[in-house]
Design a binder for this molecule. Structure first.
Ligand SMILES: Nc1ncnc2c1ncn2[C@@H]1O[C@H](COP(=O)(O)OP(=O)(O)OP(=O)(O)O)[C@@H](O)[C@H]1O
Length: 648
């Protein structure tokens, strides 16, 4: 196959929807740069771009040549076309590697180069992603290189105070261990499922750092998370945990002062100083953040590019602690950074030196099963294993789903007597709409509470009454949500949003005269630093206090609301229903997960797990085709990345 005919084939694949137009265009761009580029290079270029669009940081050549069907998961017709095209190219991985390496368009990654592609240990990258991975790995390695000196006797005293032993004093308290490990590292991770006490532990870690610091009055503490909502939740949880701790041990630790050192929680974009029209941030390696301790929540949502920018913006002396659930869906953007970094979290793999340190500072023995010879990062990672909030049916369901145990999960969904869980066979989207409008027996209602709050609008004029009403409406909206596996189609977020709007208009709960109407919930889909809104922010369209003034979108910001004129919101979508991806970092009292008839490779175990763990007190699974649930549980998200190999 000639390069020109391969490019035609790639364009045809894009026309058929197997590749993105961008992927085929990228191969065309490579050909323009080097007209004698071989077809292997053009094919690899289109496919590495395609894989990036699907969240992979790189393309594994072995997998492409060994089992392209499994790698790409294309429809049968596309697979046949791919096989035919691949048959005309080299079949041997060694020959592919040599061919690619010979091209001026492919760098090795070891030497500085501006080649658009990088081939490193059998992984082909778009240069940008190679760069992100390398920068993240460099930072993680530098920050984890040597443990910081610790006065183990003093730490033991503080930890005993912060974690008074309950029950068997010799049983390891992982929360206590997590504080001990984070204390001696500049980079640490505390992972665990929902309600395992990640923020509870982080609050105690702050108290410990404060107690152990030589000049605590100068300690600068920052809190951040990928979304505004997650940031606000983090601050609330840390404040609540510190208040409770104060009541417990306030006479022996200066916790009041600590609270005054914690700055308001920020989104990562705002922390780093996002600027309009550029990917560069105000804070970077040359202009580092002024921080000593940074706690970052919902770390599973951090994508590679953001992680690289964040770590580089931290001064070398700062301490960063990531909190997150490694089993949740990774970010929409390429990379699965937390999942990669937590590869050893389950097993522990603590070295003898780490085990001895943990025993010295906790007074407890780490069970032998967690001993090993893990890399430095594993020595700074702790997985919390006991859920404190999710012991009930929702927690049991989350565990069954995480283990891929469909039989047990289905039994729980069908047989729950407490009504926290339910399975609804919904042959038609109208069944979902009925559930959204009226809720279900035993669970909290659907959008009824929200519509009710919306309609008790105060008389115009009084700013305070108006502000109270806005808050009530925003909080009511947070109680219920439809989560979809996909965006498009009648079972996707777009289809269900349109259907809900129609149903609400038909029953007279909404008056819709144009795209913007009173009561329209919207989700921001693009960061806009100039307006101060970020991807994933959820707002409600409401009239302002001044009579006759144009509609504004109100966003919950902790316990207050801020507003933006709707004409300034360029990229938003209606948000009665949203994708599971976009729901990360949020929780709703009653969460409904809608699985479509067939969603192919997007329907995964991580997606179902993430949906379930958004539910605070009730969860309903809805699907028109029952087997879709078990099929989803059988499918894992696997993202190609070289981060672990760079961390070796
Ligand atoms: N060791 C503990 N003793 C008593 N209560 C605890 C303990 N650990 C956590 N909790 C309580 O369990 C609840 C959940 O804890 P926390 O919010 O810290 O969990 P999380 O892992 O951060 O949850 P999420 O995944 O929702 O962010 C809180 O009410 C917290 O006070």
């Amino acid at each position: 196959m000639t390069p020109a005919s391969l490019l035609t084939t790639l364009r045809e694949w894009a026309e058929s929807g197997w590749l993105r137009r961008l992927d085929a265009a990228f191969a065309g761009f490579l050909y323009e740069l080097v007209p004698d580029a071989v077809p292997e290079l053009l094919m690899a270029g289109a496919l590495v771009a395609h894989m990036e669009g699907r969240g992979h940081a790189c393309l594994l050549l072995d997998e492409l040549l060994g089992d392209p069907d499994a790698l790409l998961g294309w429809p049968a017709e596309a697979q046949t076309a791919l096989q035919a095209a691949m048959a005309s190219l080299h079949t041997d991985p060694g020959a592919w590697t040599e061919t690619l390496q010979a091209s001026p368009l492919v760098g090795t990654g070891d030497a500085p180069s501006s080649a658009p592609l990088v081939l490193h240990e059998g992984r082909l990258y778009l240069r940008r992603y190679w760069d992100y991975e390398r920068r993240v790995a460099t930072q993680v390695l530098a920050r984890g290189a040597t443990p910081l000196p610790v006065d183990t006797i003093a730490v033991r005293r503080q930890l005993d105070l912060l974690f008074p032993a309950a029950g068997d004093a010799s049983t390891l308290d992982w929360q206590k261990a997590a504080c001990g490990l984070a204390l001696r590292g500049r980079f640490s991770i505390i992972t665990g499922g929902p309600g395992t006490g990640k923020t509870y532990t982080a609050a105690r870690l702050l108290a410990l750092l404060f107690a152990m610091d030589a000049s605590p009055d100068r300690l600068r503490v920052m809190l951040a998370a990928p979304t505004g909502k997650a940031a606000a939740r983090l601050k609330q949880s840390i404040d609540a945990a510190l208040d409770a701790l104060n009541a417990q041990v306030g006479d022996r630790l200066p916790l009041d002062e600590l609270a005054s050192h914690i700055q308001p929680a920020r989104t990562l974009h705002s922390l780093l100083g996002a600027r309009p029209d550029t990917r560069r941030f105000r804070f970077d390696a040359a202009h580092p953040l002024e921080v000593d301790v940074l706690i970052v929540d919902e770390a599973s949502m951090i994508h590679l590019e953001m992680m690289a920018a964040l770590l580089e913006a931290l001064p070398p002396t700062a301490r960063v602690v990531f909190l997150g659930d490694k089993d949740q869906l990774a970010s929409v953007e390429a990379g699965a950074v937390l999942g990669d970094l937590c590869r050893d979290a389950e097993a522990g793999r603590y070295r003898p030196e780490t085990l001895a340190y943990l025993e010295a500072v906790t007074g407890q023995r780490v069970p032998d099963a967690f001993a090993g010879d893990g890399p430095p990062l594993a020595q700074q990672t702790v997985m919390l294993r006991e859920s404190r909030r999710f012991g009930g049916p929702i927690g049991q369901l989350a565990v069954a789903v995480n283990q891929g145990n469909a039989t047990s999960a289905v039994r729980l969904l069908h047989g729950d007597q407490s009504a926290a869980l339910a399975w609804l066979d919904a042959p038609l989207p109208a069944d979902v709409i009925a559930l959204a409008l009226r809720g279900r027996d035993g669970a909290l209602g659907g959008f009824g509470g929200y519509l009710k709050a919306l309609h008790v609008r105060p008389a115009p004029g009084d700013a305070q009454t108006h502000a109270d009403w806005v808050l009530t409406v925003l909080q009511a909206f947070e109680r219920f949500r439809l989560l979809c596996a996909v965006r498009q189609g009648e079972w996707g977020a777009e289809g269900l949003n349109a259907a809900i709007e129609r149903a609400m208009v038909a029953e007279g709960s909404l008056v819709k005269r144009g795209a913007w109407y009173e009561g329209r919930p919207v989700m921001v889909t693009r960061n806009d630093a100039a307006v101060g809104v970020f991807n994933g922010d959820i707002g409600i369209t409401l009239p302002p206090a001044t009579p006759g003034a144009p509609l504004r979108a109100y966003f919950l910001d902790g316990n207050t609301a801020r507003s933006v004129g709707v004409s300034r919101l360029a990229s938003v979508e209606t948000a009665f229903a949203m994708t599971v991806h976009k729901s990360q970092g949020s929780e709703f009292d009653h969460t409904v997960l809608v699985l479509p008839r067939d969603a192919g490779r997007v329907l995964t175990r991580e997606l179902v797990y993430t949906g379930i763990t958004r539910a605070r007190s009730a969860f309903t699974l809805v699907t028109p085709r029952a087997p879709a649930f078990a099929e989803a549980l059988a499918q894992r998200t696997r993202r190609a990345s070289g981060l672990l190999s760079l961390l070796r």
